[in-house]
Design a protein around this ligand. Structure first.
Ligand code: GDP
Ligand code: MN
Length: 424
């Protein structure tokens, strides 16, 4: 009996001892594994910072398992399922900026805003275009600001300069006359090159051949809210070919004979290019509410002067590359109005989109806050502004959607209507 008792006491001690040893061993093992992981992480960050500091080698890898963050479900029914359910995959698209070297500070401000509000989660490429070579300073700073790859291209002179058949005397007379009339950019030659380039040549630049979609970005713009979706994905999944945020009336002084040229084009063109049953012709030709002359709206033609503000635009490059768009552009170009008047790329794109696309192929991005001097747009829904952490006030007078010069109400009535996102 005595022996049994002694044995039992020792056995208990041995058992307790072994358990204690196991516990210590396990703790050591966990600490060891943690330490190893830490070492790996340290070398990962070291590697990353080395990548980040090597001068032009900024192509950062996207984190594969990042998900689009949504802080509340308030508007979740609006959002497309795919971006929430799947990891962040990219569309075949690029952010695109035509810009001058001296606009670097403004370009960086726009980039910072778009990166913070959208691109930091996606790392889309940035493409920069210029009619003169970009300088080292510009390349270095914009590459540092981008979360995706950056690339720079020089526009060939034949895509930028005015054609040789433009009558120089007539051109100079126009510049003088428009200056006297105080037309915005009326006496600028380079502004005219820019408008013609953006109307007929940006999509033909070789560097864009690889992409299906572009998102135009200008220097000194602000995006007021977090993007609740990838607009490129929204476009592809909903079969949209053109997207805008602001639409308003154009100054007629810059386009006195543009509509005449459009009417001639319509008479001469084949009907398969323009389908009046499905296109957005009403949006640009209806005069309900105000008639043809109402202060800011003062049209001498059947064009109501509504246009999409192209400093923000997201488009399908394949539409612009299409034979029907190029035919439309070349017809207008042959009239010389880019130089003899001051036709902007905004009315040209807008009329093309409204004639050549189905109105349902155009999307108004209602959820994106945006500002380009002197106007902005801010989502009107209170909870959406909270969810997207907007820095704007939809009741502010700068919000163009509330202004009489906005064409948004016309878009709701004669364009593709006011829809929440979950529609086809
Ligand atoms: P606004 O928005 O109509 O007042 O005109 P901007 O001055 O903003 O010009 C529109 C866009 O074209 C901006 O992205 C400018 O950086 C760009 N831009 C205008 N003129 C030139 C030019 O002569 N060369 C280059 N490279 N870009 C230009
Ligand atoms: Mn601008």
């Amino acid at each position: 009996m005595q022996i049994c008792k002694v044995f039992l006491t020792h056995f208990r001690k041995i058992l307790l001892g072994s358990l204690l040893l196991c516990l210590i061993a396990q703790t050591c093992w966990v600490a060891f594994v943690h330490h190893q992981r830490q070492l790996k992480l340290d070398s990962y960050f070291l590697e990353r910072s080395r990548v980040a500091t090597s001068k032009y080698d900024f192509v950062r890898k996207r984190e594969s398992n990042q998900k689009l963050k949504l802080s509340s479900n308030t508007y979740s029914d609006w959002l497309l399922d795919e971006p929430r359910e799947t990891t962040l995959s990219r569309e075949n698209a690029t952010l695109l900026m035509l810009v001058r070297n001296w606009e670097l500070p403004e370009a960086l401000r726009s980039m910072r805003s778009l990166e913070d509000r959208f691109n930091k989660d996606f790392h889309y490429d940035w493409t920069f275009l210029n009619d003169v070579p970009f300088d080292e300073n510009f390349i270095e700073a914009t590459t540092a600001m981008a979360s995706g790859k950056t690339q720079y291209a020089l526009i060939p002179a034949e895509d930028w300069d005015r054609s040789s058949w433009i009558n120089e005397t007539l051109f100079e007379e126009t510049l003088k006359m428009m200056e006297e009339k105080n037309v915005l950019y009326g006496s600028s030659k380079s502004y005219r090159n820019m408008c013609r380039f953006n109307s007929g040549f940006f999509f033909r630049q070789k560097i864009l051949d690889q992409y299906d979609y572009y998102f135009r970005v200008e220097p000194d713009v602000t995006y007021f809210c977090d993007f609740p979706y990838d607009p490129f994905k929204v476009m592809r999944l909903n079969n949209k070919k053109y997207g805008f945020v602001i639409t308003m009336y154009e100054y007629e002084d810059t386009i006195p004979t543009l509509w005449e040229a459009v009417e001639e084009y319509l008479e001469e063109t084949e009907s398969q290019d323009v389908d009046m049953e499905t296109n957005g012709f009403e949006f640009i030709s209806n005069f309900d509410f105000f008639g043809k002359s109402f202060g800011v709206v003062d049209s001498n033609s059947d064009y109501n002067l509504c246009h999409f503000w192209t400093n923000f635009e997201i488009g399908d490059l394949n539409f612009f590359r299409s034979e029907k768009y190029i035919k439309f552009f070349e017809y207008l170009d042959s009239k010389g109005g880019f130089y003899y008047e001051r036709w902007g790329d905004a009315p040209v794109h807008s009329i093309a989109v409204s004639l050549l696309l189905k109105k349902d192929e155009v999307i108004h991005f209602d959820e994106l806050g945006y500002k380009h001097m002197p106007f902005g747009t801010c989502p009107s829904a209170h909870y959406l502004r909270l969810q997207e952490r907007c820095l704007c006030d939809s009741n502010h007078p700068d919000n163009i959607d509330l202004n009489v010069i906005s064409c948004l109400r016309r878009w709701w009535k004669d364009g593709s209507g006011k829809y929440f996102l979950k529609h086809n």
